[in-house]
Design a protein around this ligand. Structure first.
Ligand code: HSE
Length: 311
C-alpha cells in the first residue's frame, strides 16, 4: 500500500498577453495539472504514474518537466537521495497554448517543496520550475511558469534574473479562452518567428506595453483596450490557428478589450471588463467553431491570484 502523500494543483496560464512576448502572463482558474508526492521506498525521486497524457510524457526525471523541476530543487537543498514518488495527473491538453508543460513544472517543484517543508518561498523555487519548463520548449522564459506558480498577472522585467512584478488587476477584469483542437508545439511556433523586426513596430509595441501596465494600475479600461495590439508576434502566428481573424472580429464586436493568441497558440484569449461580455464571446466562439466543424473548448476565468496550491 502506498504511503500518504500530498496533492497540489497548478493552473493553466495565458502568456504574452498580446504586448509582452515572453515577459507578460496571467494565471487562469482552470484547467490545470495535479501532482501527488509521497515518500518512496528507494533513494531518489521517481515518477510512478502519469495519467491523462496518452503515453506521451516520459517517466525519466531528466526528461520530464515536472520531474526535472523537482529534481533541480532537490539538488539545491542537497536531497537528491530522498526517497520520493511522484504521480502526475495531466488535466489539460498538450500544445494548447495554455501553458501545459509550465503547469506541470510549477506543480512538480511546488509539490516537493511543500512535502519536504523546505521553508523556501514560491519566488525562491521559481527558477527550478522555469528550468523544468525549458525542457519542453528549449527556451528560458517565465511568462507561463511564473503566473502558474505565483498566481496573478506577472510582468517579467528580466527573464535571466527572474526579476518580476505581480501587477494590479482592475476590478471586473475577466478572460474568455477559446481552444480550437489543433496542436501547436511551442518549439515550432517559436521556430517560425523572424529574428529581426521592424524598429517602428518595436517603438509602437513599447508604447502599447507601457500603456497597458499604466491602464492596469489605474483601472483605465479604455487605455488597456487601445494598448492590446500585438504588432510583433500575432501577425506571424495567426495562420497556425483556425479562424483566428474571424474569431478576433467577433470578440471585438462583442466588446472585448482586446483579443490575441494565448502563448504560442492555438488557444486565444479575450480580456473583458466584465464577465457578461466574456460569456457572450464564448457563446459566439462555440457557434463559429461548431459551424465549421472544428472541435473547440472554451473557458471563462477571472485572473487566478493564487497560482499553485496544495489541496
Ligand atoms: N512566450 C512563449 C511563446 C509562451 O509565445 O513562445 C509559450 O511558451
Amino acid at each position: 500500500m502506498s504511503k500518504p502523500g500530498i496533492k497540489v494543483f497548478a493552473p493553466a496560464s495565458v502568456a504574452n498577453v498580446a504586448v509582452g512576448f515572453d515577459i507578460l502572463g496571467f494565471a487562469l482558474e482552470k484547467p490545470g495539472d495535479e501532482i501527488i508526492i509521497r515518500e518512496g521506498s528507494n533513494p531518489g525521486l521517481v515518477i510512478t504514474e502519469i495519467q491523462g497524457a496518452g503515453g506521451r510524457l516520459p517517466f525519466e526525471i531528466m526528461k520530464n518537466t515536472a520531474g526535472y523541476a523537482a529534481y533541480r530543487l532537490l539538488e539545491h537543498i542537497g536531497a537528491t537521495d530522498k526517497p520520493l514518488e511522484m504521480e502526475i495527473h495531466k488535466k489539460m491538453p498538450f500544445g494548447s497554448g495554455l501553458g501545459s508543460s509550465a503547469a506541470s513544472a510549477a506543480a512538480g517543484v511546488f509539490a516537493v517543496n511543500e512535502f519536504l517543508n523546505t521553508g523556501l518561498t514560491k519566488q525562491e523555487i521559481l527558477r527550478f520550475a522555469v528550468e523544468g519548463e525549458q525542457i519542453a520548449d528549449g527556451a528560458f522564459h517565465a511568462d507561463n511558469v511564473g503566473p502558474s506558480l505565483m498566481g496573478g498577472m506577472l510582468l517579467i522585467r528580466d527573464n535571466e534574473t527572474l526579476d518580476f512584478k505581480k501587477l494590479h488587476i482592475p476590478h471586473g477584469l475577466s478572460a474568455a479562452i477559446i481552444y480550437p483542437h489543433v496542436e501547436v508545439l511551442t518549439r515550432e511556433s517559436r521556430g517560425i518567428l523572424k529574428k529581426e523586426v521592424d524598429f517602428k513596430d518595436v517603438i509602437r509595441q513599447q508604447g502599447n506595453l507601457g500603456a497597458f501596465i499604466a491602464g492596469m494600475y489605474t483601472s483605465d479600461f479604455g487605455l488597456i483596450s487601445r494598448s492590446l495590439d500585438d504588432l510583433l508576434v500575432e501577425p506571424q502566428r495567426a495562420h497556425l490557428i483556425p479562424l483566428f481573424y474571424e474569431m478576433k472580429e467577433r470578440a471585438l464586436q462583442e466588446g472585448a478589450l482586446g483579443f490575441s493568441i494565448s502563448g504560442a497558440g492555438p488557444s486565444m484569449f479575450a480580456l473583458c471588463d466584465n464577465s457578461a461580455i466574456a460569456d457572450a464571446i464564448l457563446e459566439s466562439a462555440n457557434r463559429l467553431y461548431k459551424d465549421k466543424k472544428i472541435p473547440v473548448t472554451t473557458y471563462f476565468s477571472k485572473i487566478n491570484q493564487e497560482g499553485a496550491i496544495r489541496f
